[in-house]
Design a protein around this ligand. Structure first.
Ligand code: KIV
Length: 280
């Protein structure tokens, strides 16, 4: 069944938890889609887990479009959401519209995600009114890493928690169809989830959100630079990959690879002639 913003919103009503996984290439997208993820997100986390930056600040529109195109080709049933990178929407409502449009037209996104609350409500409203569904993102918003002073849990004191509750109301009011809550106390996420009529998708926000999202490279342990506390590793693909690479390198050195079954044959007579011709 094709997931759309409507089916995802109905999941909140039916209390059917929403599953979202990030993907950055065709193969991972196809596997996540075939596994039955409701949504696949091309997160700007690709700057860290695919491109090796320390944060998401340097990710460009071109990076997002390049990866979104590949993910779109592997995605059939999941809703495809693509992140708007740093400074592609903060600068003006017009920039936000133009860049959201590019992610849809060139990247084949079915929705876009923006980080921020009240301050970007005009952008959310304009993009939504242009027919582009918007997912909002509150709490630990990695594009604000320099203002936040690091990857830290948000909304821990009363004022910060109240601000997040107000921001959640503002993004819903502006037209967002769902909101990611990242790295906030589980009780605060539960309060926000109860107050909103749009789904909340948690990452480090406890079990009471309407759905969950994980970065594929965290859940598969292919990204080893650091593992956030909230990321559960479902498989040790990173160590399997390293083992396979080592085995291959060893077999190349020993001559065990390629074996006969990996090689191509030619007619023995032709081979003989070619060998003899070389000696002429
Ligand atoms: O960039 C990203 O991957 C994200 C998800 C974790 C929601 O924003």
């Amino acid at each position: 069944m094709k997931n759309t913003i409507l089916t995802i919103q109905q999941q909140k009503i039916k209390k059917d938890k929403i599953s979202m996984i990030t993907a950055y290439d065709y193969c991972a997208a196809k596997l996540a889609d075939e596994a039955g993820a409701n949504a696949i997100m091309v997160g700007d986390s690709l700057g860290m887990v695919m491109l090796g930056y320390d944060d998401t600040i340097s990710v460009t529109m071109e990076d997002m479009i390049h990866h979104a195109k590949a993910v779109a080709r592997g995605t059939k049933n999941a809703l495809l959401i693509v992140d708007m990178p740093f400074m592609s929407y903060q600068t003006s409502v017009r920039d936000a519209l133009v860049n959201a449009g590019r992610l849809m037209k060139e990247g084949r996104a079915q929705a876009v995600k923006l980080e921020g609350g009240k301050e970007i409500a005009p952008q959310i409203k304009a993009i939504t009114e242009a027919g582009i569904p918007v997912m909002a993102h509150l709490g630990l918003t990695p594009q604000h890493i320099n203002a936040l002073g690091g990857f830290k849990t948000q909304g821990k004191n009363e004022a910060a928690a109240r601000k997040l509750i107000d921001d959640a109301a503002a993004v819903e009011e502006a037209g967002a169809f769902a909101v990611v809550l990242e790295c906030i106390p589980d009780t605060l996420a539960e309060i926000i989830t109860d107050r909103l009529s749009i789904p909340t998708i948690g990452i480090g926000a406890g079990k009471n959100c309407d759905g969950q999202v994980l970065v594929c490279c965290d859940m598969l342990a292919t990204f080893g630079d650091f593992t956030p506390k909230f990321a559960k590793q479902y498989a040790q693909i990173g160590s399997l990959m390293k083992r396979a690479f080592k085995d291959y390198i060893g077999e190349v050195k020993s001559g065990a690879f390629p074996a006969d079954e990996h090689s191509f044959r030619m007619d023995g007579e032709i081979a003989k002639k070619l060998r003899e011709a070389r000696n002429d």
